[in-house]
Ligand binder design. Structure first.
Ligand SMILES: [Mg+2]
Length: 381
């Protein structure tokens, strides 16, 4: 089998509840990557933010990746991955990840099997936690956690309103502690709870909030300090017993992670298929974690099809306990549209809060072309 063409359909997502970072005038730029072969098999993935955005990613694919892919065997995924890794001064890691996922889609379709089967299936379902948007009151977080508990979901994570991209000034850290306490008291002891302040605390704040949430029985404490602050994390871990989860946006992928393990600066590794090198890159990170007896807690993958790709990885590794459902919802909105947008089949969690392994060949994720074609803004090939 040979790759015959690579094309990106740029389009704009328009949705009533759109609260994702990067929206302009109610529209979010996106892309559908299409990799064609001489056997009629097509591999796909969705392009979205973060990073330079779909139009730039599409141009990088056309200028730097397509010339090395056309005429090549799409199943040489490891070789293509290494070659793209060597283009790091020309392309974004996001470009590399996007293409890698589409090649795995081809491989699964060619084999007539879901991608997780090719990776080595470990299980057929994973519990999902709801990952909050940014809310203004402790009550809004508590009500949201209770809503998802009532749907059978067993985990909830708070994002306090202090992410670096928010325009409003952050509240004092006492707000975060109050919100965490309100969620615990409303959701009860049976729900797994996590806190992610998005790299925003200084060391004294991180210690204070960490002590509070470990007393509240939180499951993990995610990214309290700046993403690069390995020594701060190392120090924090010496003073807290709640597990700390860092490395979500550590630049550099696999090779950036050994220092975090050696320094005992995090209890888990973290990654996603978007910024850490696709399915191939995330599998490497999960195996690195496994060698050290650590979990690799897989991060939200920014768009619906990339989240399906993450799900295949999760089914093929034993060292991840949760799937993150980050719907970017405003307070009171319980739609999961963000996790379904552009797919033929909606994101579906069972009554016990589990997401099931895809069963179709490849990613097993059909595209809602009628929806995408209604907002096409251009094509890059
Ligand atoms: Mg996070």
């Amino acid at each position: 089998m040979r790759i015959t063409g690579v094309r990106v359909v740029l389009h704009e997502r328009v949705s009533a509840g759109l609260a994702v970072f990067g929206v302009r005038d109610g529209r979010l730029p996106m892309g559908v990557l299409r990799v064609f072969t001489d056997e009629g098999i097509e591999g796909n993935n969705f392009l979205s933010y973060p990073g330079p955005g779909p139009a730039v990613i599409a141009q990088q694919i056309a200028d730097f990746v397509k010339p090395v892919l056309v005429g090549a065997d799409p199943l040489d995924i490891g070789a293509h991955w290494r070659r793209m890794a060597g283009l790091g001064h020309f392309i974004s890691p996001i470009t590399m990840g996007a293409v890698d996922v589409a090649l795995w889609d081809i491989a699964g379709k060619a084999a007539g099997m879901p991608v997780h089967r090719l990776l080595g299936t470990c299980r057929d379902r994973i519990p999902v936690y709801f990952s909050s948007g940014h809310h203004k009151t402790a009550r809004e977080y508590a009500d949201e956690a209770v809503y998802w508990r009532e749907q059978g979901w067993r985990g909830y994570k708070l994002h306090p309103p202090r992410a670096p991209w928010l325009a409003a000034a952050p509240p004092p850290v006492t707000f975060d502690i109050e919100a965490c306490a309100a969620v615990r008291s409303a959701a009860g002891d049976g729900m797994a709870l996590m806190l992610d302040p998005s790299w925003s605390y200084d060391y004294p704040q991180a210690l204070r909030v960490g002590q509070a949430i470990q007393d509240l029985g939180y499951l993990w404490y995610e990214d309290p300090l700046a993403a690069h602050d390995i020594h701060g994390y190392q120090r924090l871990k010496q003073h807290l017993h709640i597990p700390i989860l860092a490395t979500e946006v550590t630049p550099g992928g696999l090779e950036a992670l050994p220092p975090w393990i050696i320094a005992r600066a995090t209890d888990f590794l973290r990654g996603d298929v978007v910024i850490k090198g696709g399915i191939t890159g995330l599998m490497k990170i999960a195996h690195l974690a496994e060698a050290f007896g650590m979990n690799c807690e897989v991060h939200d993958a920014y768009n619906a099809m990339s989240n399906v790709a993450s799900l295949h990885v999760i089914m093929a590794i034993g060292n991840c306990d949760w799937f993150e459902a980050l719907a970017f919802n405003r307070s009171g909105d319980h739609s999961l549209e963000h996790l379904s947008y552009g797919l033929a089949e909606p994101f579906r969690v069972d009554d016990e809060g589990n997401l099931h392994a895809p069963t179709g060949p490849g990613l097993g994720a059909g595209i809602d072309w009628a929806l995408i074609n209604s907002s096409v803004s251009g094509e890059v090939s």
